[in-house]
Design a binder for this molecule. Sequence first.
Ligand code: NAD
Length: 260
Amino acid sequence: MKLAIAGAAGRMGRLVVKHAINEGLKVSQAFDVVEVGKDAGELAGVGKIGVLVENDITKLNADVLVDFTNPEACIKNARIASQKGVKLVIGTTGFSEEQRKELESYCKKVPAVISPNFSIGVNAFFKIVEFASSLLHSYDIEIFEIHHKMKKDAPSGTAIKTAEIIREVLAKKGKELELKFCREGKRGNEIGVFGIRGGDVVGEHTVLFFSEGERVEITHRATSRDSFAKGAIMAVKWIAGVEKPGIYSMLDVLSENMPS
Ligand code: NAD
């Protein structure tokens, strides 16, 4: 299997290169707009692999493309990949509604895993939150997340996905709630979602369930980006064996290891 990585010089891209090499995968292409001409393995700290960073995605020639870039770049990369029949693993976050629809239109033409969070723990957290929401559906529910100050989008894709999961559970119980990002003023009929930014925090997500006299909190803390990169590599191996075009989630990748 030939693996291409977009955003190969970034924080996540370098780790994906590292874990791909450690797992014995063949990294055949590395794309970025910076560090062009440098060896992707050297950037990733695993020594030379003979793959130089290039910045022309139209040269894509791989079985799977992993994308950790930014929304604009990711949409372009997905368009080229779908035209060439290259499978996709997308970790990029921060899409507007319109961008998401465009991305999804390309991803329907090839098998694609899209996940705002590839860590196994966060995907277990999604299931735990889903279960807790069905038990505590009458409680007031709020979400906060903390990330490093370089993060471009807020609230995080993971926080938004968590809120959507809760909203779906509550809708089934007949309770329609809005999502409210960064509230000012009084709480309404809503799930509040808050992004906190500072320092080098890799990623924390907490869901709070409030009632009179008690509070339940469910928290996931990522202490290293390796957990995301390892999950992305799991998704690469999984999607390599999928032929049916369509959008898959990390829960699909983990489905054999997680109760439904
Ligand atoms: P980063 O800024 O360190 O890396 C992004 C890289 O993409 C940079 O090197 C940049 O030069 C490159 N890039 C920009 N335009 C490009 C283009 N047209 N073609 C190729 N490369 C291009 O950011 P990061 O921390 O690595 O995060 C990248 C994305 O992944 C963000 O959206 C972030 O929120 C998301 N993320 C997702 C997960 C997950 O598990 N899904 C985990 C962490 C981060």
